[in-house]
Design a protein around this ligand. Structure first.
Ligand code: HEC
Length: 127
């Protein structure tokens, strides 16, 4: 009987520690890795795995999806503008509504992670 009590108390203790760690860590941080994972899952049908705008669905779209590897094009957007385009879709930045809004799908942190990944794809910074 004593051993069961020890096991139960032990598990309770571990649980409390885990909850405490989770609370201290809070919201997960913006990360390039998270951005890449989201991009590969949600953006490549249109923008392509390489980010060059040649996803398998691209040929059905007019205008064609943006080429995120095009530094000349991407550097003309600030991080804020990219975030607005991801959050509110093409419409939010005066572009085509074929670019969907993601603001109700992702958290702010996830969208900032996507912007980090966009900057990796274009190897550029906003001017
Ligand atoms: C259904 C197809 C589709 C999907 C899915 C899609 N996009 Fe787009 N995206 C487009 C199209 C089309 C454009 C070009 C709009 C234009 O030029 O008017 C575009 C343009 C953009 C632009 C450039 C906006 C600008 O300022 O010119 C960004 C940034 C972008 N997409 C990011 C993303 C991200 C990040 C994802 C995934 C979360 C994503 N897109 C998913 C179709 C898509």
């Amino acid at each position: 009987m004593k051993i069961i009590k020890i096991i139960l108390l032990g598990s309770l203790f571990v649980l409390i520690i885990l909850i405490a760690i989770r609370t201290v860590q809070g919201e997960p941080k913006t990360s390039l890795k998270a951005g890449e994972e989201l991009y590969v899952w949600y953006c490549i049908p249109c923008h392509g795995l390489a980010g060059d705008g040649k996803g398998f669905n691209a040929k059905n779209l007019d205008p064609r999806p943006a080429n995120h590897t095009d530094g000349g094009f991407m550097k003309k957007r600030t991080d804020k503008e990219l975030l607005d385009a991801v959050s509110g879709g093409g419409k939010a930045v005066g572009k085509s509504t074929l670019m969907p809004p993601w603001g109700n799908t992702f958290t702010e942190t996830q969208m900032k992670s996507l912007v980090l990944y966009l900057r990796k794809l274009c190897r550029c910074v906003g001017e």
